[in-house]
Design a protein. Structure first.
Lengths: 380, 381
């Protein structure tokens, strides 16, 4: 039995942050029903990477919405709305990411829903919270990475700001949404009452930076300075970073620079006896390492460093990783069959329960694929 | 009432991955007892960033371990071990992030713990799982980023691998552990049954890349190609990226290219009516956009783009952000106080429940600060 079996989630949320939370809940055993507008469905169906689509929806949509059902409803239509309200009366959780005010107009705001179902855990995602000058500003991943200071942390010193090339703010926010929902469900076991859970992309992306923001708040507000080349962390000293070798790259994590110098037989490092200098003279030290590490291949260096317990690794791309035995043994992928006959080849939930991997039982739904069944099942 | 009140967590973990999980659980209301070895404690106490020392220890440790108690114990010492096992008997959750094999030698593996406390939720984080050729490799953030393919998603084509400049793997694996633990606690509340929840850093950062790995599975395994300039995503077309302006930077997310061209007065963009070309021709489009946006200020462009509902933003550093009303209204910074009276500022939990922020004034503990009180309260009683 999966831990969340018996939990019913209604997902009004679109795009990535809310649906990524719904996906985790589904993989952990909850039943997740997407409430989608008839016809086009949720907006995320149209947003594609590399123009890739399957069965009329983007591959991204299939990735984030596997293991869910779809119920089509026009929330502006009174009959549809009544049915959705009946469904709400029987659900445990609902999520949405409408801009502040939209659910009030529809008549599914928290207070109204509480009257229908006092046990509902009602969870929302916004871009920047519900108050203040940004409350109505579009909450989008790249914009929030940019506004939150985060884009100043990756990449080399002279580069432009470097955002992370994945939906970092969305995904982090989704994890927090799931935390709030699950904690509230747990509280409900004791109180028998629902809760309102609110997260925002901005707050979540700031929380993600909590270590370095705490440092900034207590070091006299010094701006982060990225390493000149091979930067992997603006706040960490040498050798932390990525270095070119004769045939590729090698990453070196934190550790004693003096030990590293001995193991590598890189005598130039021996002068840095004061560990403070590993940060204050980071660029100089990284230059020395860079000119030294280019002389041998990655494998040659790993053969020297790994047995000595130095924290280091090769740098892989997807092909190299996915062909590697260490990836295969994880059984991280799964294949799901669509109604169209096409197949989605994707990853699985990263959490294991009682040593078992959690695979999905079904692919992402077509818009309204389960409407009729749900009407019958829940007597709508 | 915070949602996890009455939940007792014994935390044997160190560094960031699992400790970031217990920070979240503490903010949600759980009581977290951090078990630390004598003398050094959690190694993170000495893991300085920017050489910043806060009240004698690392600012990073102070950020991760606020709102927790510290219980000093040497798990290899029989008396100490028995004390910790007494705590485990009373606990709802036990968490560790030792490498595979170590926990068995210490006698805190799930099979042993289950006998003492059958309903416990047992959470662990490893680097690469417990099987396969990498199981004994050090699970460190940058190394896992490097092996996971993530470093090829950021930055521009031709630049080297570009890691995320933060412990993204640690934080995500901690977040996944929290999800698994809370789900297991819910099951425990309903059925009385305990569970083991396991997360690895590698699986967590692969899950994070689920969109691009799924794409890789479907595009014939094509290499990841980053844009030549103005990069923000290897798999998205123009205009998605960061652009230099006369006085700063502008981020542009989505938008129809010809429409953007009209709005901004950049005629070259009207040559790309076909949406598919916004991906296939993104380098040329981005170059044209970049040349044009460099001719005026960020404010000027925002004043044109925002009213037209184009997703765009000013790129800010923390100085700029923290001065904005949109930031101030969030009350994101809280002041916490350590047992010795030392005060410092840090961020709060990002989750709001029933209209309230989850804050706490408790700073991080001094090593072993609560050993005696915990012995009296939970071990001798």
């Amino acid at each position: 039995m999966r831990p969340l079996e018996g939990v019913l989630v209604l997902e009004f949320a679109q795009f990535m942050a809310g649906p990524s939370a719904g996906l985790k809940l589904a993989d952990l055993g909850a039943r997740v029903i997407k409430i989608e507008r008839p016809g086009s469905g949720e907006a995320g169906r149209g947003i594609a990477l590399k123009n890739l689509f399957l069965d009329g929806s983007s591959l991204v949509f299939h990735t984030a919405n596997r293991n869910k059902d779809s119920y089509a409803a026009n929330l502006k239509d009174p009959e549809d709305l009544e049915r959705v309200k009946k469904l709400i009366a029987q659900a445990d959780v609902m999520t949405h990411n409408f801009r502040p005010g939209v659910m009030d107009k529809i008549g599914l705001d928290y207070n109204t829903v509480q009257e229908i179902n006092p046990k509902m855990v009602y969870a929302t995602v916004t871009g920047y919270g519900t108050e203040g000058p940004w409350a109505k500003k579009p909450g989008q991943d790249l914009l929030v990475q940019s506004m939150s200071g985060f884009a100043n942390l990756s990449g080399d010193r002279d580069e432009d700001p470097v955002p992370v090339g994945a939906a970092l703010s969305d995904i982090i926010t989704g994890t927090h949404l799931a935390h709030g929902i699950l904690a509230s469900l747990l509280k409900r076991e004791k109180t028998n009452k629902g809760s309102l859970v609110e997260v925002s992309l901005l707050e979540s992306t700031l929380d993600f930076q909590f270590e370095v923001i705490t440092t900034y708040l207590n070091d006299g507000n010094q701006k982060p300075v990225r390493a000149k080349q091979g930067n992997a962390h603006a706040y960490l000293g040498a050798p932390y970073g990525v270095y070119k070798t004769k045939d590729g790259y090698i990453s070196l994590a934190m550790g004693s620079l003096l030990t590293l110098g001995e193991v590598l037989k890189c005598d130039a490092l021996a002068v840095y006896t004061d560990s403070d200098s590993w940060f204050t003279k980071r660029d100089e030290i990284m230059d020395i390492l860079r000119s030294f590490l280019i002389e041998k291949t990655t494998d040659e260096w790993l053969a020297i460093l790994e047995p000595a317990g130095i924290w280091c690794s090769d740098v892989y791309d997807y092909k190299k990783l996915l062909d590697h035995e260490a990836y295969k043994v994880l059984q991280m992928d799964q294949r799901l069959q669509l109604l169209s006959g096409e197949e989605v080849h994707t990853t699985r939930c990263p959490i294991r329960v009682n040593d078992e991997r959690l695979f999905a039982s079904k692919p992402a739904p077509r818009v309204g694929q389960h409407t009729e069944d749900i009407i019958k099942e829940f007597n709508l | 009432m915070k949602p996890l009140e009455d939940i007792l967590i014994i935390d044997l973990s160190q560094f960031l991955s699992a400790p970031s999980a217990t920070l979240r659980l503490a903010d949600l209301g759980a009581r977290v007892i951090k078990v630390e070895r004598p003398e050094t404690g959690d190694i993170c106490r000495q893991l300085y960033v920017s050489n910043v020392i806060l009240n004698g220890e690392s600012s990073v440790f102070r950020a991760i371990n606020r709102n927790k108690e510290s219980f000093q114990a040497d798990l290899k010492n029989e008396i100490d071990k028995q004390r910790v096992l007494k705590l485990v008997e009373k606990a709802d959750v036990l968490i560790h992030n030792f490498r595979p094999g170590v926990i068995e030698r210490l006698g805190f593996d799930y099979d042993t713990i289950k006998k003492i406390n059958p309903s416990i939720v047992y959470g662990d984080i490893s680097g690469y799982g417990s099987e396969g050729p990498w199981k004994s490799k050090p699970g460190q953030d940058l190394l896992v980023q490097s092996l996971s393919g993530l470093t090829w998603l950021n930055g521009i084509d031709g630049s080297g691998p570009t890691p995320v400049g933060l412990a993204v793997v640690d934080i995500l694996s901690g977040a996944h552990l929290v999800q698994g633990i809370l789900a297991a606690l819910l099951k425990k509340a309903k059925t009385g049954e305990g569970s083991k929840v396991s997360v690895s850093m590698l699986e967590s950062i692969l899950d994070f890349q689920f969109e691009s790995i799924t794409t890789f599975y479907h595009d014939g395994g094509a290499p990841t190609v980053r844009p030549k300039s103005n990069s923000a995503h290897a798999y998205l077309g123009a205009p998605y990226g960061v652009y230099k302006t006369q006085n700063g930077y502008l981020a542009l997310a989505m938008g129809a290219i010809p429409f953007l061209g009209e709005l901004l007065g950049c005629n070259e963009l009207t040559n790309y009516p076909e949406p598919a070309s916004w991906f296939t021709e993104r380098d040329a489009i981005k170059k044209a956009l970049a040349d044009h946006l460099a001719t005026d200020t960020t404010e000027k462009w925002l004043s044109i783009l925002e009213p037209a509902d184009i997703w765009c933003a000013n790129i800010m550093d923390w100085d700029t952000l923290f001065a904005q009303d949109g930031f101030k209204v969030l009350d994101m910074i809280q002041k916490v106080t350590m047992g010795d009276g030392f005060e410092y500022e840090t961020t709060r939990c990002p989750i709001k429940i029933d209209g309230e922020y989850l804050t706490s004034t408790l700073g991080s503990p001094i090593l072993g600060e609560h050993t005696n009180s915990i012995v009296k309260e939970l071990i001798e009683s």
